[in-house]
Write a protein that binds this ligand. Sequence first.
Ligand SMILES: [Zn+2]
Ligand SMILES: [Zn+2]
Length: 239
Amino acid sequence: MLMSNFIYVIDGVKYIDKKKFYNSIIWKHKRACILKRDGNMCQHCKWYGKRTDADTVHHIKHLEDFPELGLEDSNLISLCNSCHNKEHPEKRRKKILITLVSGYPGSGKTTYVLEHKKYNDVMLDLDILYKALTNNNMYEEHKEKNIVEYINDLMRATIYKAKEYKFDVWFIRCMPNDIEVEILKENNARCIQMNVDRIECKKRLIKDKRLTKDFEFICNKIDEERKRVWNNTPPSFNF
Ligand SMILES: [Zn+2]
Ligand SMILES: [Zn+2]
């Protein structure tokens, strides 16, 4: 049997080498025959009285589950992309949510994330990360080129893994720099700005014994950056 060229067995379970199968001459020939048989029309659309060009030849009983039916005429049907996607709900990707929470020190960024994150979500506090990497004040401007790149790479890697394993990500940063903003935009992140005024932030920091002498300086810097990058209102990229 021809299909046996593409099937291998591990512990009695049949698997198909899909790449080898879809690249094979025999499949390409079969595919062309099925398209011809179906008049190059999507057969689902045709059923509903619409004429749509077929884009793909679909295995009615899915190839992974029934590899031995891979070349069976009765198991093959021409479909358009839109109808084909409906036949493969497993391919429909869950959209992951990436969120940046920004604001003054003491504005409650971490508390906000902890109140809203789900169990499997990842939170990455870029200010704390900077402190961990340099032992500098965590709200200081990130100047060291290698550290900046490291943090950018880690953001990208986190997003990459989030997409692969389908978890949501929360970044915390008092005010992201230009490259960080770019990474967030590229990935359709939404942006939440904690709108707590300075006096309240200061009170909270004093209460938590976290107030540093450069608090005002940091807040001024954040204001400047907010104005420069976002004209004071961060875009809600997603909403
Ligand atoms: Zn269709
Ligand atoms: Zn299919």
